[in-house]
Design a protein. Structure first.
Length: 691
């Protein structure tokens, strides 16, 4: 039971363990750039290298005006820039940075500026050259100027020269800038893009899996999940700057519009997904309406894109996912507490709580209230969204598996009910048939019993007719001769008396065998033990040989003890039956009766003759009841003597076997073990009785 219970517990924990392992693996892949040791030759603006920040509310200042302003007009910034959604233009002034080159002169290892996030609309870098400010533009909405064709915004810098950045965007005003030597930048880009590619690949595979399930099963909740997965995939690609890399050059500026559209349309997909999973057509009607409102509210802000007021309403699109996740968490926790704890309920609680806690930081970061210098906000949001989608997908899959199992169980119950009905009908037919069969069997049993009884009666009458008639004829013949021809010759009288005694002994043996054959099967019979002289047993059995004119006796008891404990009457009967069988069936000659101690615990009594012997098949068959020897044409018998002899021997714990004798006849060996204290016959021995 303990092993079976342990196996069941392991099978239940297999899926949660695999889920935790998979999520941990995904987190390690995505966060590997942050977890791995970054190259030492780098400077992060605002953390390692202070920045001077100037706010341009109207965005009308030129680079010359900003460069000529005194330092008092600027504000010192010791952290990455994060101001949320704003219409203001920000100018960032940085003094000449110094980063030692690796093993090569600086001219062979150029200096680069990497800027994230990539969804910034316009970023212009100014650096003095030949007494003037040289401008280079980048950003997802920049239409002119060359740009390095990678996801990040990068600028080549001149060593030992200050630079100024002008940042303007409709997206959140966040800027995480890092100075690298080219070797360090290549290492960092390869690390980040590897992890980001894994992230996008997992998102793509998850979306394809859900779409395939929705097309195959045609379920509303899977359709909603597929729409949400596609929305997350597309918005994540736009938010991370992949559209700028994938789209043709003349369509690259549309990447900026895709980020804004995704921000306002993604909440609608998430709200629909949550409604289909938890609240639609349930007791949570108020929360269902709230989710509907949270999904529609950002869509009402879409006209702001055309009106140029997106910055004023974008916070709704950023805050709506967190509010949706908070309602999702309330419903999931309530279901878990009200209903039984199941894998589906637990898996619904985990993503809702996770998104609610992490989404709060993401919302605060996007509106400029919080920042995480070591990790880009969009990366943090997309990782959170990916993990939530994976857990939700697993939860829905577990729910489908549970419903499938319940359906299979109901189907099995229906099949079982149908089988029971069919079985009940068959049982009625079987009962009616059984009644007829019982009546038929009872009639056949009565007929069989009648036949058996008649056969036994016929066999008994045949035995009486032959076995009893022959000795009675001898008695009658001897008595008639004595009466008709009386004589004074004592020898003649003794001979006739011997004939009469022999015939009477024969009749007595027949009666004993008939009576004992029935009593030997009685379970209540027990042995009557006594110490009996072995010579007396042999002499009593040898009388049958003395009375036979065709045989002469050889008696041997030299190797036997003087006495042996047994049931004297039964053993005498068994030994007499063996001698009588030899007298009746053996050829004229010597009959040998021998007693010897085979070992200290076993007495062996043998009766052997001079022929004609038995075949091995006959030697096994003659011990069955009503079986007789092969010479039935000369001597007839009822077939009880040898069966009775073996039964008596086995009641004593021994046996009787027939083997060929040295003289060519048959040797019957009766073995009697030393009886234990208070012996009781075993069921196989069918306990004996005294006659």
């Amino acid at each position: 039971m303990t092993t079976h219970g342990s196996l069941r517990l392991l099978s239940r924990l297999a899926l949660p363990a695999w889920l935790v392992f998979s999520l941990g693996l995904v987190v390690c892949f995505i966060l590997s750039p942050a977890l791995l040791h970054l190259p030492a030759k780098r400077l992060q603006l605002g953390t390692d290298l202070p920045m001077q920040v100037l706010v341009d509310p109207q965005g009308q200042w030129s680079i010359d005006q900003v460069a000529s302003m005194p330092m008092s007009a600027f504000m010192q910034l010791d952290v990455p820039l994060n101001k949320g959604y704003t219409r203001d233009v920000y100018w960032l002034k940085v003094q000449a940075p110094t980063i030692a080159a690796d093993r090569t002169p600086p001219r062979h290892d150029p200096l680069w500026l990497e800027i994230l996030p990539s969804y910034l609309d316009h970023v212009t870098l100014y650096q003095p050259q030949d007494g003037a400010w040289r401008a280079r533009d980048s950003g997802d909405a920049a239409r002119a100027g060359p740009r390095v064709h990678i996801r990040q915004l990068v600028f080549a810098l001149t060593d030992d020269q200050p630079f100024i950045l002008r940042v303007q965007t409709t997206s959140p005003m966040q800027l995480d800038a890092t100075l690298w030597r080219s070797t360090g930048l290549m290492t960092q880009v390869s690390r980040v893009e590897w992890a980001s590619g894994v992230h996008q690949g997992i998102n793509l595979m998850l979306a394809l899996l859900i779409i395939g399930a929705a097309l195959a099963l045609r379920m509303r909740n899977l359709t909603a999940m597929a729409v949400a997965a596609v929305a997350v995939l597309v918005h994540g690609a736009a938010d991370r700057g992949y559209l700028q890399v994938w789209l043709p050059a003349h369509l690259a500026p549309w990447a900026d519009l895709a980020v804004s559209l995704g921000t306002l349309m993604l909440p609608a997909a998430l709200a629909w997904q949550m409604r289909e999973l938890l609240t639609r057509r349930t007791r949570w009607q108020r929360i269902d309406k709230a989710l509907l409102a949270l999904g529609c509210l950002p869509l009402l802000c879409l006209p702001s894109l055309a009106l140029g007021t997106y910055q004023d309403w974008a916070w709704i699109g950023v805050s709506a996912p967190w509010a949706i996740s908070a309602l999702f968490a309330i419903v999931a926790w309530s279901n878990l507490l009200r209903e039984r704890i199941s894998l589906v309920n637990v898996l619904m609680v985990v993503p809702s709580t996770m998104y609610g806690l992490m989404g709060l930081y993401v919302t605060a970061a996007y509106v400029g209230l919080a920042s995480l210098p070591t990790l880009e906000t969009s990366v943090f949001w997309q990782l959170n969204t990916l993990l939530v989608n994976i857990v939700i997908t697993v939860a829905v899959g577990a729910g489908l598996i549970q419903k499938f199992r319940e359906s299979m169980a109901r189907q099995a119950q229906l099949v079982e009910s149908l089988a029971r009905s069919e079985h009940a009908l068959e049982e009625r037919v079987r009962q009616r048939t059984a009644e007829l069969l019982r009546a038929q069997n009872a009639l056949q049993a009565a007929l069989h019993g009648e036949r058996t009884l008649r056969l036994e009666q016929r066999q008994f009458f045949n035995m009486v007719n032959h076995e009893f008639r022959t000795p009675l004829a001898v008695v009658d013949s001897a008595a008639t001769e004595q009466q008709t021809f009386p004589t004074a010759d004592i020898d003649d009288q003794l001979e006739r008396a011997a004939q009469i005694r022999r015939a009477c002994r024969r009749l007595t043996a027949l009666v004993d065998n008939c009576l004992v054959s029935d009593r030997l099967d009685a379970p209540a019979l027990r042995l009557h033990r006594a110490q009996v002289p072995i010579s007396q047993l042999l002499e009593d059995a040898a009388q049958l040989v003395h009375w036979s004119p065709r045989h002469h006796l050889r008696l041997s008891a030299r190797d036997a003890p003087s006495q042996w404990e047994c049931d004297p009457m039964l053993v005498r009967m068994a030994l007499s039956n063996l001698v009588d069988n030899a007298v009746k069936y053996a050829q004229a000659g010597e009959i040998r009766i021998c007693a010897r101690l085979q070992d200290p615990q076993l007495l062996q009594l043998t009766v052997s003759d001079d022929g004609p012997g038995l075949t091995p098949e006959a030697a096994q068959r003659i011990f069955e009841r009503f079986e007789r020897g092969q010479r039935m044409d000369q001597t007839r018998g009822f077939g009880l003597g040898l069966w009775v002899a073996r039964r008596i021997a086995r009641l004593h714990g021994g046996d009787v076997q027939a083997t060929p004798s040295e003289q060519g006849g048959t040797c019957f060996v009766l073995t009697l073990p030393l009886l234990p204290e208070n012996p009781q016959a075993s069921p196989a021995q069918a306990a004996p009785v005294a006659a």
